[in-house]
Write a protein that binds this ligand. Structure first.
Ligand SMILES: [Mn+2]
Length: 395
């Protein structure tokens, strides 16, 4: 069984509030179509965060369906399974699922119960003679029992012992979170608002765990759970090669063969200079090292005070000398006031602020204003309030 694994498309992202990413996503879909044509997978799994927002524009929804139809047309025999991530609206993702089912495409968004029992059928998708997909969308952590309940039901339905592919959109503890803001509470990682779970709590009889949510591509230590990572770079922190993952499982119980297929970006992300420099030096550097390929530019400045108000205009006019260079912002690393080279944590810019975990923002605000660390009782209280707001929002 051949599985093509991707996740975290974030269609409809508007970078830095005004740069539409649709051309870059189209460039990704062109490459995805080439890969499908060449590799002929049995199933394409997309592990959540199809859209960037839970209220995508009509244009974004049209863009997704047009591109999925392209894929369906070129590989009508391939199964597609797409799940909702924490960025998606679970009910919206399923709103047209009945129609899509006719072209071998399953959208799985919401988890439903009848009384105390989960409704399992839509999460368990069989490919006759080939294998099974356990389609688990983003779930709040009090529903983590769903993974094992589905795996148990598949054991019952799978007497031939065909390969089992598990999907999830969650944080697995001790993974590599380099492209993300993280918080830690009572020894547990929280990334992008999702509490971490342990792979040890999931029954071991899946053959591949196709994970989404963490954008840094990585195979976890058990060798059969993997974050494929985002296919399109979503911010300046994602400084790695973006890719999709091709997986082959020969027999149930065998270790999967995992191959990374690199993607080309349409636009680059430039942080210039690489190390922060004082403003005038940074501008000189930019002028003499103007990138040749189109992309987003962030100026990297070392300063002990606020930058003059014309800084942005100066950077913009330098970038106009290049081709397709898009100004984003400047990042200021502050020298400590005692003049030592020790650096303080840079202030958040607006983009970073939007990506931060609310817990971290509140904690930093508290520490800066009250000038003392938050005690455990307060942390616990804050944590439970954030959880409560989140579970209300996901209803
Ligand atoms: Mn994501």
């Amino acid at each position: 069984m051949k599985i093509l694994h991707t996740s975290d498309w974030h269609i409809g992202q508007v970078f830095n509030f005004h740069y539409d990413r649709q051309e870059e996503h189209r460039y990704f879909f062109d490459q995805l179509c080439d890969i499908i044509r060449r590799e002929r997978p049995d199933v394409l799994v997309v592990s959540g965060d199809l859209y960037d927002k839970n209220t995508p524009s009509n244009n974004s929804m049209r863009f997704l369906s047009d591109n999925l139809l392209r894929i369906c047309d070129l590989a009508p025999e391939m199964l597609l399974v797409l799940t909702a991530g924490n960025h998606d609206s679970s009910s919206r993702v399923e709103s047209m699922s009945g129609v899509w089912r006719r072209v071998n495409t399953c959208f799985v968004g919401a988890v439903e119960k009848a009384g105390d029992e989960y409704l399992l059928d839509k999460h368990i998708i069989g490919i006759p003679g080939k294998g099974w997909v356990a389609a688990v969308p983003y779930i709040p952590d009090y529903q983590n029992d769903l993974y094992n309940i589905i795996l148990k039901e598949i054991r019952r339905r799978n007497p031939q012992g065909l390969p089992v592919i598990l999907m999830g959109h969650t944080t697995v503890g001790n993974a590599i979170f380099t492209a993300h803001e993280t918080a830690n509470f009572n020894g547990r990682d929280i990334v992008g608002g999702i509490n971490s779970m342990s792979l040890d709590d999931v029954d071991d009889d899946y053959d591949y765990f196709a994970l989404g949510h963490i954008h840094t591509p990585q195979t976890l230590p058990n060798g059969k759970a993997r974050y494929c990572g985002s296919p399109v770079q979503l911010n300046f922190k994602e400084q790695f090669t973006h890719s999709v993952t091709m997986v082959t499982v020969d027999r149930h119980g065998d270790m999967p063969k995992i191959e990374t297929l690199a993607l080309k970006p349409l636009r680059q992300f430039y942080v210039l200079p690489t190390e922060p420099k004082p403003l005038e030096e940074a501008l000189d550097f930019l002028e003499s090292h103007l990138p040749q390929e189109q992309g987003y530019v962030q100026l990297n400045v070392l300063s002990s005070e606020r930058l003059p108000s014309d800084t942005e205009n100066r950077v913009r006019s330098l970038l106009e000398r290049g081709e397709g260079l898009l100004y984003c912002d400047y990042k200021v690393t502050r020298l400590h006031s005692d003049g030592k080279t020790r650096m303080e944590k840079p202030d958040f810019n607006l983009t970073e602020f939007r990506e931060k975990d609310p817990f971290e923002i509140a904690e930093r605000y508290f520490t800066n204003t009250i000038q003392t660390d938050m005690d455990d009782t307060l942390k616990e209280l804050l944590h439970s309030v954030i959880q409560e707001v989140r579970s209300e929002q996901s209803l």
